[in-house]
Design a protein around this ligand. Structure first.
Ligand SMILES: Nc1ncnc2c1ncn2[C@@H]1O[C@H](COP(=O)(O)OP(=O)(O)OP(=O)(O)O)[C@@H](O)[C@H]1O
Ligand SMILES: [Mg+2]
Length: 510
């Protein structure tokens, strides 16, 4: 291999500081048997992209990166869309191709699995992912329900109404009760909010029913997934790999991609700022990222853009994984400091155009013709550019990715079942139905409960008085309780969409 290429690659990737190893430089058909290409840990909160046509090695690259990060003590979250990432929990098999690839890239391959917790939307594998409706927010919920912008703004009004009235929106029955109230007995109350027509409430109710029929009800309520569970470092110093298993809900991309976005927004809101850290707190791999952007409203897109921009200072790195860079809106693509671009195909005129556009986003290099390299990379090879610790992008180098130490195929059902029986999974197994909007609205139509019975125990046996119209609103009392105050804050936060900043900051921005 041309010594100039080797020298340039060493200069590009040899900067001081810890890194996660990715692979060896390939040039003119030769592979340098030394895994000098890596991603500096300190720069991973500047985000990244793993792209490439189908079957080019994206998932294995994610597996290699996740393994490397976990080994370096960085917790990782990955979405396992096809079920082929669960193998990261088990040591791999030393088959001939793995051994040969390891030899080519100059690593001594040893099998090894990572510490894994499974999560799922169906609750079938590991911990049940769950969010309260209020923390999810109207924008994300609108995305999940497939609402357009007008319908989403109606939903936002409903959230605002609940916020003002101290009605906690925890699960879908709460939201349904509120919508029914607002189109029935409570219609007059809505005048101040511009009104919600029966027709638009009807649309919301219909979409909610559909979501419930698809099993969406179990996703909303309590206990809500504590995002701190994702940021776990094992006693031996290894980072936890949380695998969100999505293979059982492959046909609901809007649902799970929005849930992942909620997780990020929530992380952003909950985590304190960190300065320049030597490694990220968490790296989040957002697989099939095009599904997140497809059909998204402008408001939702701008939220994503904000989360991506701001979460950096919280020490969280996000990697989008998708087939083509053009799947990612330019404002977001521009924020992804690290690129691992696997082969792109150029079969059609559209492909050609996308290829040229992708090529233009790479820094210049005298060593590669970017477009032709992108179409001729082999499986498990990628054109890689990363940010150096000074913040400048390295020139791109074609890289043969090391083989994962863990299993490249999925876990067996028995292995998955074993991995699903953890303390964390048990904690989220059963939903709690706390007093919230549905119960509170129902009580409005019911008699006032008895006053404190302590002094006169015999009163307990008396029948309750008849409903008194003028009785003080039970809402009032609940509103003053500490629980309601917490929930109300949550509602406010959700109202603004994906939890941007503490209420104080939002108010000043209005
Ligand atoms: N780093 C690697 N080490 C060893 N084998 C690899 C590596 N990368 C890719 N391969 C081989 O290529 C195959 C396809 O890779 P992978 O599943 O990662 O592709 P993909 O881009 O995720 O495909 P899809 O778009 O269909 O999800 C793997 O099953 C494996 O045999
Ligand atoms: Mg894949």
């Amino acid at each position: 291999m041309d010594p100039k290429v080797i020298e340039a690659a060493r200069a590009a990737f040899g900067a001081a500081g810890a890194r996660v190893q990715l692979g060896a430089v390939v040039h003119d058909g030769a592979c340098l048997p030394e895994p000098i290409v890596g991603l500096p840990l300190a720069m991973l909160n500047r985000h990244g992209l793993v792209a490439g046509a189908t079957g080019t090695g994206k998932t294995k690259t994610v597996q290699v990166l996740a393994e490397g990060l976990a080994a370096a003590g960085v917790p990782v979250f990955v979405a396992d869309v096809k079920g082929d990432l669960s193998g990261i929990a088990c040591p791999g098999e030393p088959d001939a191709r793995v051994v040969e690839r390891a030899r080519q890239v100059g690593v001594s391959w040893r099998p090894g699995g990572s510490e894994v917790e499974l999560l799922s939307l169906s609750g079938a594998r590991g911990a049940q992912v769950r969010a309260t409706v209020s923390s999810f927010g109207p924008l994300a919920l609108g995305k999940v329900l497939g609402l357009n912008e007008t319908q989403t703004s109606v939903l936002a009004l409903v959230f605002k109404y609940c916020d003002d009235r101290g009605l906690p929106l925890l699960d879908l029955p709460d939201l349904r009760a509120v919508l029914q109230h607002l189109t029935g007995a409570g219609a007059a109350e809505l005048a101040a909010y511009g009104g919600v027509s029966k027709a638009s409430a009807g649309v919301l109710l219909r979409e909610m029913t559909e979501l419930e029929q698809q099993g969406g009800a179990r996703l909303f309520g309590e206990p809500e997934l504590a995002l701190g569970d994702l940021i776990r470092v094992e006693p031996d110093g290894r980072g936890l790999v949380s695998v969100l298993s999505l293979a059982d809900v492959p046909d609901k991309p809007a649902l799970w991609s929005t849930f992942m976005m909620w997780m990020l927004a929530r992380l952003y809101y909950d985590l304190p700022e960190v300065g320049d850290a030597d490694k990220p707190r968490l790296v989040f791999f957002f697989d099939e990222a095009h599904l997140l952007f497809r059909g998204a409203t402008r408001a939702f897109l701008s939220e994503i853009e904000q989360v991506v921009r701001l979460i950096r200072s919280k020490g969280v790195g996000i990697f989008f994984v998708t087939q083509s860079p053009k799947d990612v809106p330019p404002e977001i693509l521009g924020q992804l400091g690290c690129r691992v671009q696997h082969a792109l195909r150029a079969f059609t005129a559209d492909d050609e155009k996308a290829l040229r556009a992708a090529a233009r986003t790479f820094p210049r290099t005298p060593f590669y013709d970017i477009s032709s390299t992108l179409t001729t990379l082999g499986t498990g090879e990628a054109l890689v550019t990363v940010l150096t610790p000074s913040g400048a992008p390295t020139p791109p180098f074609a890289t043969r990715v090391v083989p994962p130490a863990s299993r490249m195929g999925p876990l067996t059902d028995a292995e998955l079942a074993r991995l699903s029986a953890t303390e964390q999974a048990r904690r989220y197994a059963v939903a709690i139905d706390r007093d919230s909007a549905r119960e509170m609205l129902a009580r409005r139509l019911e008699p006032e409960p008895e006053p404190e019975p302590e002094r006169e125990p015999e009163r307990e046996r008396r029948p309750p008085p008849r409903p008194a119209r003028a009785a003080p609103d039970p809402l009032e009392r609940v509103l003053r309780s500490p629980v309601a105050r917490t929930v109300t804050r949550e509602v406010t936060r959700g109202l603004m969409g994906a939890l941007f900043g503490p209420p104080r900051r939002r108010r000043s921005a209005r």
